[in-house]
Design a protein around this ligand. Structure first.
Ligand SMILES: [Zn+2]
Length: 53
């Protein structure tokens, strides 16, 4: 059962809750929720983006 499951995740801006980025994770190597600082066009600033499902 070693199937690679592609897991789509969405990065949501913590400030305005906009869904700015989506990416796919292959395999559940990371068990913790992803947190990245990325540019948000709505906030016009770099904000913390959190993984959402
Ligand atoms: Zn934002």
């Amino acid at each position: 059962m070693a199937k690679t499951t592609k897991h789509k995740i969405i990065l949501v801006c913590e400030n305005c809750l906009n869904r700015n980025y989506s990416l796919t994770k292959s395999n559940l190597t990371q068990k913790e929720r992803l947190e990245v600082k990325k540019y948000c066009p709505t906030c016009d600033a770099r904000t913390l983006h959190k993984e959402s499902r």
